[in-house]
Design a binder for this molecule. Sequence first.
Ligand SMILES: Cc1cc2nc3c(=O)[nH]c(=O)nc-3n(C[C@H](O)[C@H](O)[C@H](O)COP(=O)(O)O)c2cc1C
Length: 318
Amino acid sequence: MHYYAAPMEGLTDRVFRQAHQAVFGPEAAPERYYAPFISPPENRVLIPKKMAEVAPEQNPGAPVIPQLLAKDGALAAWMIGQLRGLGYTEVNLNFGCPSGTVTAKGKGAGMLRSPAALDEFLYTVFDQAGGPVSVKTRLGVADPDEFGEILEVYNKYPLCELIIHPRVLKQLYRGEADRAAFARAFGQCRMPVCYNGDITAPGQLTGLEGEYPGLASAMVGRGLIADPALFRRARGGAPATREELRAFAAALYAGYTEAFGSAGCAISRMKGFWQYLFGRFEGAEKLEKQLRKQRQPWEYEVTVGQIFAQLPLRDEAE
Ligand SMILES: Cc1cc2nc3c(=O)[nH]c(=O)nc-3n(C[C@H](O)[C@H](O)[C@H](O)COP(=O)(O)O)c2cc1C
């Protein structure tokens, strides 16, 4: 079974990919890093800052799969052509994003409101761009039973993989991933399937193989930020050490400071990572509160120094 790093806007970008590979090594690396979504520009003029994220020279050694967020099939097909021009083969389509600003435009999980429109979109994509194309989906808008009709559409196309996050749009990230609904869907899928949702421990990853024989892959998002050595542990390797976590936080901070041209901007990005990384440390509440308020590079750097000098590491993130 393959392991994939989930696309997470504001987290799993090119800086993350380089830091993750460099610090935790090949044993901890996923087979694929799915990049956070890019929206194809309606005027078909590529935005250099967005394209830099998936530029091959910015992603050395990282097996990146670009992801598109679109509702116009012809525009998506054009963008797939642009990405293929950069050397990419598989492109992933996002039918899972539950954000209000995205779904209000009928994109992301908003595409699941109309299986007929979804069908038309996929028909145009395959007609004009061809494969390999994969899809990342939720189960529906309000009820997991909607997935029957949605899957009938997916099953019509030669998707190279279907990544299922078994929640509905309305759940956002609340509640639990619906494993029973995933199991029902899995048996009906005609393409390779990837499971995604709420995996935080290596035993859960290896358990999936027994639970769903034939499952092609598992994708992890928040659990991988909380434990960047998760895949290494699932492959029988060592947990993340304090030194690795320190080096990882330092590489991210340095990478974002360079990318944004300012340590101040890097700090707000780092707070997103710390939201998950704090789970690895015992008794982190006071320093967590302190870090949340900080804006100055020196304050941030002192607090991070305190975290690594003072807090015991937990075996599992909480
Ligand atoms: C902050 C954040 C940003 C995300 N950005 C994306 C994205 O760009 N594309 C996407 O398909 N999913 C995105 N997701 C969803 C994740 O890829 C994943 O499906 C979700 O977090 C569930 O997996 P997990 O429980 O392993 O985290 C995002 C999730 C979070 C929390």
